[in-house]
Design a protein around this ligand. Structure first.
Ligand SMILES: [Zn+2]
Length: 155
């Protein structure tokens, strides 16, 4: 999935889950959005990969694109580190990270959620940056706008 689709989906997930926890909403959404793009650090040509090439290239070399960094284990490891240093902030980080994995699971390339231990490979019919992804992006933006308008008093 493209950077913008990940952001739009992470925002949707963030908006739908922010009231379940007692957090500052802006902090919560910001963390969900940021962690929703982090898994693509394993791909130097992604937006975050380009920004952090010195980290991205060795990660791609060591773990491959959509390898360990696109697994629930890395979601768990990163959340554990965040929990250790920042306590409850692991919650939006975990939610954002998982949102990335879930929506990548709808692409043709798919995601192996329990890489490298076994196969729980999900893939779908969406071509990255194809017509359906573009359509999905606008649907997600539409949903986000509706949710924000409906809950405008919460912001
Ligand atoms: Zn990805």
């Amino acid at each position: 999935m493209m950077f913008r689709t990940h952001l739009a989906f992470a925002l949707l997930v963030g908006l739908l889950t922010m009231n379940l926890f007692d957090f500052n909403k802006y902090l919560f959404i910001s963390l969900v959005l940021f962690s929703g793009i982090v898994p693509d650090i394993d791909y130097p040509r992604s937006k975050i990969g380009k920004k952090l090439r010195t980290i991205s290239i060795p990660i791609k070399f060591l773990f491959g694109h959509r390898g360990l960094f696109h697994s629930v284990f890395m979601a768990g490891i990163i959340s554990l580190v965040i929990w250790w240093f920042f306590d409850r902030l692991w919650i939006p980080v975990f939610i954002g990270y998982c949102s990335h994995l879930i929506i990548d699971g709808f692409t043709k390339l798919g995601v192996n959620f329990i890489h490298p231990f076994s196969q729980l490979h999900l893939s779908g019919f969406i071509e990255t940056n194809g017509f359906i992804e573009k359509l999905l992006f606008y649907i997600l933006v539409g949903c986000n706008v509706l949710i924000i308008i409906k809950n405008i008093n919460l912001f």
